[in-house]
Design a protein around this ligand. Sequence first.
Ligand code: NAP
Length: 359
Amino acid sequence: MKKFKVGIIGATGMVGQRFAQLLESHPWFDVVTLAASPRSAGLKYKDAVGERWCMPTPMPKNMEDIVILDASADIAKIAAAVDFVFCAVDMPKDETKALEEAYAKAECPVISNNSAHRFTPDVPMLVPELNDEHATVIPFQQARLGTKRGFLAVKSNCSLQSYVPALYPLSKFGVKDVLVCTYQAISGAGKTFETWPEMIDNVIPYIGGEEEKSEKEPLKIWGKIEDGKIICADSPSFTAQCIRVPASNGHLAAVFVRFENKPAKEEILSIWKNFKGVSQVLELPSAPKQFLHYFEEDNMPQTKLHRDLEGGMAVSIGRLREDNQYDYKFVCLSHNTLRGAAGGAVLMAEQLCAQGYMD
Ligand code: NAP
């Protein structure tokens, strides 16, 4: 694989820092450009981030002295310097939408962590192991945008990166009704315990906009392609409650599920154990070897113990048992800024590179 030059838009933020960390010695991607708001533009990366650096490893040496560009004012310069960009910015939705389209129209593909384009019908929302074929709408999107190589591809919300991977492989049984309660870490809000001390010894029963995303976004992943657009599925039916808990990283979910045709517990366990997606088949650099790990122990998975499994890219599942209202219940866990954000986006970019969309 040739090396691709990449940029990180929103490099100073929580997800942007994860991108920097994950891409430090990536075999296919070289970070050559960093961008953020006008507040950071003109400063070296190390000075723009300063005390905000919150990754477990130091800032990559080869990025410390890169001078931050202005994500909006420097689009042409950035697009000329890179093969594609990762984007994770905290901006109003309409501004994010316009910014991302401007990069695509400057012939710079955008791999986005933002929610702005998640329901644009010709923009794929990819979990490579589940719906990689949705990438086939990209040429239709390029025709709409009038671009040769510029396009947008997005990641789904971090909350659903544990339960959708567990449920999607069970589709042949007709996943019908799903009730999910998520227990979400504070990094999902771009925060640490230093910047959000009110979360120590606390639980907050509300995360703005999260329940709607957790209920609606899975339906795009289950969607089918018609005339170059992804048509959202109308089932399964999801209902969600999303709760902020005092964990630094890792979103856990308690799931209840009803099927059209109830499978045996052993069938579910066997499907999870043997499940492979395109990431495993193509042996993409960031892919976990085993996507879904099932734990037999009653007290697992645990947020602190299992969020980093396979570099934070695997999904941990446990406590599968029959329920007296639904067919089954279980718990599952994924790392929200790795699989759920930057790591999932890097994996998506690897899929798109391997399949020729970045040529
Ligand atoms: P964050 O820590 O608040 O960082 C926000 C980033 O956006 C910073 O780099 C900031 O630059 C930049 N920014 C703010 N205003 C801007 C502007 N007007 N123009 C250009 N850049 C601007 O937020 P985050 O947690 O990384 O989240 C970023 C995005 O990823 C959001 O859309 C979020 O919903 C999404 N996301 C987050 C997670 C997660 O687990 N945290 C998971 C999935 C998706 P300055 O430093 O210069 O202000």
